[in-house]
Write a protein that binds this ligand. Sequence first.
Ligand SMILES: [Zn+2]
Length: 314
Amino acid sequence: MGFNSESDGGVMHGSAAVLISMMICATALADEASVTVTSHPAGAKIYVNGYYKGRSPDTVVINSAAEEAKPYRFTLHLPGFESWEIEVSLAAGQNKSAYATLVRLPSMVAGRTICIDPGHPSETSAGTSGPSGVTENHINWVIAGKLKSVLEADGATVVMTKQSENEKVTNRRRAEIANAASADIMIRLHCDAASSSGFSIYYPDQQGTKYGVTGPTQSVIDGSRAAVTPFYEGMKAILSSVLNGRGIHGDSATYVGSRQGALTGSIFSHVPTLTIEMVVLTQASDEAFIKADAGQSTMVEALKSGLEHYFRTL
Ligand SMILES: [Zn+2]
């Protein structure tokens, strides 16, 4: 063999490379064990002895399993479900499977009756609209429908104040629908027109008078005040990184509320009532946020979080 020959040298390098890769392969196989983890529902985070390994379904490979079987603790975490744990005894060369049926945690909205009031059109207004033409009436209706589905899936009873997007319902009638259902809370979904951007919540902070009726009662005012802070905090927990918080305000700070003491829907309400200005639709960035599917899902999640935070205080 010619020591200084280029071709001989090339062959030698090639053989060495093949040998090394075979050794790595053989070593890896000798120490490997695996567990195929499946869960219902899928998408749970898989941890082995506390270390994150991926999401179910997935095959988790233990790279340096011992020849003698050793226990490995597999834990699955999925939000809204009880965590699930199993100990798997594994030796090098073994391939096992684990199947987890995850148990849903009881939701704070389960068993509650929630009145969702998609704002507009009413006797006073058809609602505002955004710079690119998105209407408040449409957004309120879409979010209400999505929220209804999510709440019902979690065991809540949902009552809507209107049955179609363009159905005209008076503000008094909206409150009467919540009253007839003995709702735990009425949430009135709106979008604001303002110079700043973000979400805000209004609640009846005093009585008002409309059509000769004075209301709501002090207990509804107290109940609404008790609801508004946890609800706002619950929304903020989801929205803080994507939407500005414009704070909590009394009905008396609104245009209608400043003239009649409270919003008409609050005056006639016998249940705690919150009016949520989800975004400022006249701001282009807020309009873009709430127009997109992702923004709508985030808003629905925020509203649900608001309800959960409130019900947790009861
Ligand atoms: Zn509105």
